[in-house]
Unconditional design. Structure first.
Length: 978
């Protein structure tokens, strides 16, 4: 029996690993290209040389106790030399310095880099100083619980942002009041200024473990990722979608208007980022503060993980995180707030676990005080992003654990899921939201299972805990936590209420009243405009093809591309696979690598196998058959097949299994067992989402049971693993498959990956399977780091040998205006920028694009219709393109801005977004009431000035909207004519 179990376990584990890795790398051909098309070998080698030389130089200095020690100023000097070397070597192999001169370009860049670094250092110093003052004031109640570098900075950010908020409510968000605020806070905590300078510059830091070449490699990779990302912040404007339209746009608006922006979700971190423009009039500092959130997040994650990991494995965790495409994307390209949220969340998590599991028994901690602090911090988190609700549930569950241990925390978390189910049922009963992942019966399934689990856990808790005071204390503490949370978020509630002119609703409390232009859609739909009113002899009729009513499909288009298009139970069951394997949205922002799916389950099952071989063999087989393989098959089918069927995926297997040797080896067993999977897939497609939800809940409970077995000697890890499962479960139900909404949970999974890897390394001398797991784990992680490093460095486009966008590199290395840089990148944006901002009383109807950032006072002038739902409704009710143009002009709109690639995101089976975009194309091309202001689309023109090389030879083209398209372009800007 033992050999049989071992054979089953080994076979399934091998297949699991082979299938997931082969599928991931097959879906990501850029990884393979990165190995053979790596253009920056000299840059990599020289910067690694800087790391080695710095290490040996510091090593030669006097050391204490034979340990490696260093000072903060040495780290800063190392960073400067590292950046200087990187840019110098890159400049030798690139034409970036050709026009201005090599040494002039290097000097100018280094000057800008040092200025940006000092500005960020100053802001961190202000935050630390006031945070240390707050921590010192609270020490009477919380002891040394918050006595940490990152906790002080987090406290300081909360206080400083609150100060900015108060200035904003009185329209005093301008440089002089903000400087007064910062200097006042510095004076308030002046005793801690010296402490900050000593800590960051003069204090000796010691590495207790022996430093190996592998450790130096880890330090080099981390340095490269962080410093190269900071170099990317030296640009005149944001180039990411979310940054341009929201997160960097808000600080830009605040600096222009001197007050808070109305009508959007609370934006604490964007308000903090506005320090860049308010203190230094620098959008680079604004983006640098987004980058700073990521660096602080890595720091606090490292600090928190030291509770469970040795120093070498902490470095491994950081390397895995900085090589994640999604993390690099948010560190360097799209400057969002999610990494800042990650920093604050892990700070709160660290504070919570230090309270529940104190490492110093002599700490004098007031429970009420710590709960009030946690509540206020969570209220601030909620004001950063409303998706932090999931994390707040995790913290509340931890409070339940403090008072009632395991069973009370399970009962409370199950009760939270009950409340979410009731809210979902109410939502479905009163509205229709196409694209929401759960069908109507699904919340009832969640409600039923959660109710049973709540009752069972509550009974177990009451049986094991006869002391009723614990229950009373928990209820009191929970009310105190909730009240403190509301207090932490109350500034935004009051601000939104003061804007409201209508009845008070939940949406009003969360968003306030928008200042953007509004459209009376029903009124415009019924309005008819005669030919005489239009003022033209002939009009271009709309192509409505007898449409009587128009469905609102924008939510479906925006959401379902993240959650996938599988039918029935498989839709919810395959979502974890799709998110981790980056199959639904194949962009860097959503790519978190394959290790969480390929390696974490295998290592965990090996740890379980040592104690419970039969349970481990049965469990891994069940997970493999019921969850993993169907998810893989649905992904394979998605490209070529419209429905799950035996013939469909058989043909798909045959065509794809011919591509690589690894693919054929990994998938051959599945080809043999095709009929089995066919029956299972068919069953999943007919069973419906309710069955999938039930199976997910059961799987979560089973996973919770497994983690208690694996970490049975470590109570703290039991709570952390249970909290992670709860977090990801709630995200699975309400996160609509958007990865960064569940970022904290996925980072915790990476922490657990490294924890179990170190645990299996420790156990490897006493167990055959542990030795196998140790070797396989190290090999897979080593290969992934090797490949991911090259992929991180290599440009995505073949033939591209630039670390920086050439036009941005020009801005980095010489004096150049924002307008000139924008014109070099895209002249259509520059032309539109010039015309639209001539008169700030004009309004803009916008469909996509990054143009929002470049439109002054865009919060008051721009109507966003990114999914074209509003346009489609008006188009259907208009008889001609000219009539619709007149309607929009009469509604106060002067300009139309359209993303010409809007339909590129359309993955719906009905191609609804593409159909709407086709109508917009007709509206733009066949409309005498539109004047083309600017576009980067090129069309064939014998008299054109552009010579375009193609497979058919050279084509002469000009900028325009009508004619044969040579290059589709990205943007078109029109003026509505009266």
């Amino acid at each position: 029996m033992k050999k049989l179990l071992s054979g089953i376990f080994g076979t399934i584990a091998t297949l699991w690993l082979a299938l997931t890795l082969s599928e991931y790398f097959l879906q990501h051909p850029t990884y393979e290209r990165a190995l053979w098309d790596f253009p920056f070998a000299f840059v990599a080698l020289t910067t690694f040389g800087v790391t080695l030389i710095t290490y040996f130089f510091i090593r030669k200095l006097p050391q204490s106790n034979n340990h490696f020690s260093f000072y903060g100023w040495q780290v800063i000097l190392y960073a400067i030399i590292f950046v200087f070397t990187l840019m110098s070597v890159y400049g030798l192999s690139n034409s970036v310095f050709t026009d201005i001169g090599y040494f002039s370009g290097i000097s100018y860049f280094l000057f800008k880099f040092l200025i940006l670094s000092f500005q960020l250092y100053f802001i961190v110093g202000v935050c630390y100083t006031i945070g240390a003052f707050v921590e010192n004031s609270l020490q009477k109640w919380i002891g040394s619980l918050a006595n940490g570098f990152y906790t002080k900075i987090a406290f300081g950010i909360v206080v400083l942002t609150t100060g900015l908020f108060l200035l904003g409510t009185t329209s005093l968000l301008s440089p002089i009041p903000v400087w007064i605020l910062c200097l006042t806070l510095l004076l308030l905590g002046y005793r801690h200024v010296k402490g900050f300078l000593v800590l960051t510059l003069l204090k000796k830091h010691t590495v207790s473990s022996e430093i190996t070449l592998k450790d130096l490699g880890f330090v080099w990779i981390i340095s490269l990722a962080i410093l190269l990302s900071l170099m990317h912040q030296i640009k005149p404007f944001p180039i990411g979608w979310d940054a341009s339209n929201l997160y960097v746009n808000i600080p830009n608006l605040i600096a222009r208007q001197g007050t808070l922006v109305q009508g959007i979700d609370a934006y604490n971190w964007s308000l903090f980022m506005s320090l860049g423009t308010l203190l230094f009039n620098s959008i680079e500092v604004v983006m640098g503060l987004s980058w700073l959130g990521g660096v602080l997040a890595l720091g606090v994650i490292a600090s928190f993980s030291k509770r469970y990991l040795s120093e070498s494995y902490v470095k491994l965790l950081l390397v895995l995180l900085v090589l994640l495409p999604s993390i690099i994307f948010m560190l360097s390209r799209d400057m969002k707030i999610d990494l800042g949220l990650l920093f604050l969340s892990f700070t709160v998590l660290s504070l919570t676990f230090s309270w529940i599991f104190p490492q110093n028994d002599s700490q004098n901690i007031s429970t009420k005080a710590i709960i009030i602090i946690l509540g206020i911090l969570c209220g601030f988190l909620f004001g950063v992003k409303y998706t932090s609700t999931i994390f707040i549930v995790l913290i509340a569950t931890s409070i339940a654990y403090y008072f009632g241990k395991q069973w009370l925390s399970i009962a409370f978390s199950s009760f939270c899921i009950i409340l979410a189910s009731l809210a979902s049922i109410t939502l479905f009963a009163h509205s229709e939201l196409p694209g929401v992942p759960l069908s109507i019966p699904a919340p009832w399934v969640v409600l039923s299972i959660s109710t049973l689990l709540t009752i069972y856990s509550a009974l177990r808790y009451l049986k094991l805990n006869s002391n009723k005071s614990n229950t009373r204390n928990f209820v009191t503490s929970l009310l105190l936590f909730g009240t403190s949370l509301i207090i932490g978020f109350s500034p935004w509630i009051l601000f939104h209420l003061t804007q409201s002119t209508n009845n008070i609703e939940i949406s009003t409390l969360l968003r306030g009243t928008t200042e953007s232009p509004r459209l009376e859609i029903n009124k415009l739909s019924q309005q008819k405009i005669s030919l005489e009113e239009i003022g033209v002899e002939q009009v271009s009729p709309t192509n409505n093809v007898g449409e009587q009513s128009v469905a609102t499909t924008g939510v479906t288009e925006a959401v379902t591309r993240y959650i996938g298009y599988e039918e029935g139970a498989l839709r919810i069951l395959s979502l974890p696979y799709d998110v981790i394997m980056n199959t639904n949205v194949s962009s860097a922002i959503a790519d978190i690598g394959p290790l969480l799916l390929s390696l974490l389950p295998i290592i965990s099952f090996i740890l379980l196998y040592k104690r419970h071989p039969r349970l481990a063999a049965i469990s891994i087989s069940s997970f493999f058959i019921l969850l993993l393989v169907p998810s893989i098959l649905s992904t394979l089918d998605a490209d070529l097949c419209s429905q799950l069927s035996f013939s469909c995926y058989t043909d798909e297997f045959i065509s794809r299994s011919e591509q690589t040797v690894l693919y054929r080896i990994a998938y051959y067993p599945l080809l043999i067992l095709n009929p089995v999977w066919g029956i299972l897939l068919t069953a999943y497609s007919f069973l419906g989402e309710s069955f999938g939800v039930a199976l997910v809940l059961i799987t979560s409970v089973v996973s919770l049971y497994f983690t208690t077995k694996i970490f049975r000697e470590h109570e703290e890890l039991q709570l952390l693993s249970g909290g992670t499962i709860l977090y990801l479960l709630i995200w699975l139900f309400i996160g609509t498959g958007i990865y960064w909404y569940g970022l904290i949970g996925f980072i915790l999974l990476y922490l657990f990956l490294v924890i179990v890897l170190e645990k299996i390394t420790i156990e490897s001398p006493t167990s055959t399977w542990a030795r196998i797991g140790h070797k396989v784990g190290n090999f897979v992680i080593g290969c992934y780091i090797f490949i991911a490093f090259f992929s991180f460095f290599t440009p995505k486009s073949p033939g591209d040998e630039n670390l920086f966008v050439p036009t941005i590199a020009s801005y980095m290395t010489r004096p150049q205006s924002v307008e000139d840089t924008l014109r070099d990148i895209n002249f259509a944006y520059a032309d539109g920028y010039d015309e639209i901002n001539q008169n700030l009383d004009t309004n803009v109807y916008k469909v996509g694009t990054l143009m929002n950032y470049f439109i002054h006072d865009n919060n008051k002038r721009v109507f966003n219709d990114n999914q074209l739902d509003t346009f489609n409704k008006l188009y259907t009710k208009s008889d001609s393109h000219e009539e619709l143009a007149i309607k929009l002009h009469n509604s106060g709109f002067n300009y139309l801005v359209v993303d010409l690639n809007t339909n590129s995101l359309d993955r719906t089976e009905e191609q609804t977004l593409t159909k709407k975009m086709n109508k917009m194309e007709a509206f733009m091309q066949q409309n005498s009431k539109l004047r083309l202001v600017a576009t980067d689309r090129l069309v064939e023109d014998e008299d054109g000035v552009y010579q375009i090389q193609s497979s058919n030879g050279i084509t002469t083209a000009s900028r325009g909207m009508t004619g044969t398209i040579v290059s589709n372009g990205s943007i078109a800007i029109f003026e509505f004519m009266p």
